[in-house]
Design a protein around this ligand. Sequence first.
Ligand code: GDP
Ligand code: ZN
Length: 463
Amino acid sequence: QNVATEFDTIAAISTPSGEGGISIIRISGENAIEVASQLYKGKNLDKVASHTINYGHIIDPDTEQEVDEVMVSVMRAPNTYTREDVVEINCHGGIVATNRILQLILGGSARLAKPGEFTERAFLNGRIDLSQAEAVMDLIRAKTDQSMKVALDQLDGNLSTLIANLRQDILDVLAQVEVNIDYPEYDDVETVTSRLLREKAVEVKGQVQMLLATAKQGKVLRDGLATAIVGHPNVGKSSILNHLLHEDKAIVTDVAGTTRDVIEEYVNVQGVPLKLVDTAGIHDTDDKVEKIGVERSKKAISTADLVVLVLDSSVPLREEDRQLLKLTEGSKRIVVLNKTDLPTKIDLNELHNVVKNDELINSSAIEPLGTKALEERIAKMFFAGNIENNSNNIMVTNARHIGLLKQASDALDSVLEGLDNDIPVDLVQIDMTRAWELLGEITGDSYQDELLDQLFSQFCLGK
Ligand code: GDP
Ligand code: ZN
């Protein structure tokens, strides 16, 4: 439907920075092939077939010196990522050569692409809709296979299709209402029209609510399950964290209270992305540094989706342990009884009085598989929500989408409220139309330029 708009030619390195086997520079726009040709020695790129990859060399046009040995893909519009002419230069000579080639390209009639600009063009040229563009971004950031799958489904357009259908439904009923108002063939036209509107508002709202219900898990997949590991100093928090990280990132020492920096790490626990926060633990102390940790611990407990409270089973319960047990009572928590390799000194009876059986896990963080039970429990708790059984595989993960769905739901509530209060149908129509517009903002059928800027600037360069 959309015809490619005229844009200038842009270029950027599309592979992650750093050393790698090859790097790819992507050029997109009207002059893409011309820009590449000026630096390329090999076949005539103007003449090669579209979607071919061509061996050759990049030559500095000023010095005629060879810069790198390359493979150049030529893809002509419109069957390209951006729907414009696209050239991708695969270079082999490492990041220095890659940068040099980019500089040569920018010396020609191309400019450096802004972050996400290739994807923005794909959107502006009508190849993908906004929710799909956002899925591209989610894919780039995906932390686990599960998040990848959700983003891929969204990229597939599952969400877009559902939204488009809902909008069409609303449009149909609005058209019907229009007809009824203009040609009142029945005596009870108001009643019939109200019923139509009500039925549709209830139906669409149900779908919107269904989507919103997926948002909680979707958010976790996207942002990670905020997990606080708390406990008295020296109970083994850092050791457990290291197990979860599968590498030694947190510092483990014998001195109580050494984990002073709040470390934030993502970790994939059997498909569940955890955003871990290691705190200094709640610990009564005059030490300033430690105190910051204490306050953060309390704060962490109140904001965490999941609290892992670690206790040392080789010593009796301390007053602080009791305090922590009390503080975490209302949280979704796992109480880890650590150091089970040592003789048990903790009062298990007292513990069982305040901790539910299924909250309690044994652990020995000095053994290679000593925290496996904890990992399994975390995964089980999360997947009990059964994200894989989500009927149509649509999951809303994006904050912008969630916000718009909520607003659409509110607009539909206003429709129902209006009907309940016998407000004239043409006023109720306004709220129905508003719901239609809000849903359209998800897929970018209606959008504002600031939104685009804000959205695409979050992409990394070269995407
Ligand atoms: P944190 O202060 O709570 O982070 O505790 P650390 O992880 O720094 O551990 C404190 C000390 O306890 C270190 O010497 C660890 O090696 C030791 N430790 C941690 N977990 C266990 C365990 O399960 N069994 C035994 N025997 N020692 C442990
Ligand atoms: Zn520690």
